[in-house]
Design a protein around this ligand. Sequence first.
Ligand SMILES: Nc1ncnc2c1ncn2[C@@H]1O[C@H](COP(=O)(O)OP(=O)(O)O)[C@@H](O)[C@H]1O
Ligand SMILES: [Mg+2]
Length: 240
Amino acid sequence: MPFLKEISFNWGSVPKSKRFPFNISSLRGVQSIPLKENVTFFIGENGSGKSTLLEAISTKCGFSNRGGSRNNLLLGSDEESTLETVIKLSWLPKVTNGFFFRAETFFNFAGYLDELGPEVYKYYGGKSLNKQSHGEAFLSLFAHRFNGRGLYILDEPESALSPQRQLVFLRIMRDLEQKGKAQFIIATHSPILIAYPNATIYSFDESPLREVHYWETEHYQTTKNFLNDPEKFLKRLFEG
Ligand SMILES: Nc1ncnc2c1ncn2[C@@H]1O[C@H](COP(=O)(O)OP(=O)(O)O)[C@@H](O)[C@H]1O
Ligand SMILES: [Mg+2]
């Protein structure tokens, strides 16, 4: 059972101004996002609001943004303009352990660990994440840092992983999840990751966002159509 049960929104507190992040159409008007399973995926086109929501959740959880927060980079510390001011998290029980992982800023995080010194490497596979390949470093983080009961928020974890390593990642996630120790909220474009059994998938391509089934996702359908007959698929694409 998930620890974080629900993300609810209080739009009443939002001034009429329609600026970012309050103008995101997948989110605007959403009352609640129930987290029914240990694994929840956010899918949707680039720019549909997935990262903005993940960041708001993790800030609300109090997770370190040392991995590189877009708020810090682009918005400064203007708290009025951040989404976490309108969201409420419902926990049972409250869990404080966890991690926010952004593929985009992974190397900021790796550099931060290097600053802390080699004694922290034991938590991350025994050597600097900067001395491992991108994919290796990702998996080291997944395999070594994710332990204990916690909420793990991941933004496009597949971006450095080969298909085989995405499967390894699924296996690691499964082990943590089945022991009842971990909950995951993951933004992804990967048709492999979202196949995870009993996961809830929310599509940010809808206004407001809604739950979708694996089979109806474009990720599944397009990948399947493509792999059924790549030659034919491309011929149609190029002639269209
Ligand atoms: N700091 C920002 N200031 C203004 N607009 C932003 C900022 N960050 C993201 N946006 C806009 O908000 C929308 C959602 O972005 P994002 O959450 O990154 O989408 P996704 O992660 O789904 O690709 C996009 O239209 C993006 O251009
Ligand atoms: Mg994003």
